[in-house]
Design a protein around this ligand. Structure first.
Ligand code: MG
Ligand code: MG
Length: 259
């Protein structure tokens, strides 16, 4: 069942989203060569807990940390460990916070120092595909309009969309219906309604779309070793469009990590 949220629930989700974005911003400020993935995880967890929320990911299906740290060819679900970042890496930080029983979920890919042109292209395309998808979010549009906008743009730019990983509805559960693939047919699928809350998250490879899961049963990497990027916002469907929930309105636009 796809739920719509009441004004009270939406307010809790705004807070959860704000805390999620604050945690990602705190991590972003610490990203540099030499920092370990475990240190980044600790920064996120501290930020979430200090704001009176709970890390959504920790313990979810047995996941051992508060964020996913996915470096270079890792698409999603990288587990923070003692690996340190190097100049030229890219890292996707995926984070969730639960506040008063409601979740926020957001992801962003960051460059560690100077990165290759291929990495910059992949990051730009993936971020743009998120906002092209969001442009289709509005009461009365169909889910396929969102999925199609993401997938078509990604492929037009020479990148690819792994088919096994999708966005999702979100609320009292981190993952609710509907699944939101990063490809699809415009004009098809569920009709979007005011009050739905959705986590839209293009996950993109610079090379071929096939993935494989490492022996830790979490880490998803591109099969061909190509770079991967991931951008995600939790949004509220409104009458005329959408409201991004995973944002901190107290941060000035020029200081924001979110372009
Ligand atoms: Mg996420
Ligand atoms: Mg998500």
């Amino acid at each position: 069942m796809i739920t719509t949220k009441s004004p009270r629930e939406i307010e809790a989700m705004r807070q959860a989203g704000k805390i999620t974005s604050m945690a990602i911003a705190a991590v972003a400020a610490a990203i540099r060569p030499g920092v370990s993935l475990r240190q980044l995880d600790a920064i996120a967890e501290k930020t979430i807990v200090k704001m009176g929320a709970v890390p959504s990911f920790k313990g979810y299906g047995g996941f051992p940390a508060s964020i996913c740290t996915s470096v270079n060819d890792c698409l999603v679900h990288g587990i923070p460990d003692d690996t340190t970042l190097k100049e030229g890496d890219i890292i996707s930080i995926d984070c969730g916070a639960c506040y008063k029983g409601y979740h926020g979920d957001s992801a962003w890919t960051f460059a560690v120092g100077e990165v290759s042109e291929e990495a910059r292209h992949l990051m730009k395309v993936t971020k743009e595909s998120l906002f092209l998808g969001l442009k289709q979010v509005k009461a009365g549009n169909r889910l396929g309009d969102v999925c199609h906008a993401i997938g078509e743009y990604v492929e037009s730019q020479g990148c690819s969309v792994p088919v096994d990983y999708t966005g999702h509805g979100i609320g009292t559960q981190l993952h609710e219906e509907p699944a939101i693939p990063n490809f699809g047919q415009a004009g098809h699928g569920v009709v979007l309604k005011e009050g739905m809350t959705l986590a839209i998250e293009p996950m993109v490879h610079a090379g071929k779309p096939q993935t494989r899961v490492l022996s830790d049963d979490w880490t998803v990497v591109s099969k061909d070793g190509s770079l991967a990027a991931h951008y995600e916002h939790t949004v509220l469907v409104t009458k005329d469009g959408y409201e991004i929930l995973t944002i901190d309105h107290d941060v000035k636009e020029e200081d924001s990590i979110y372009g």
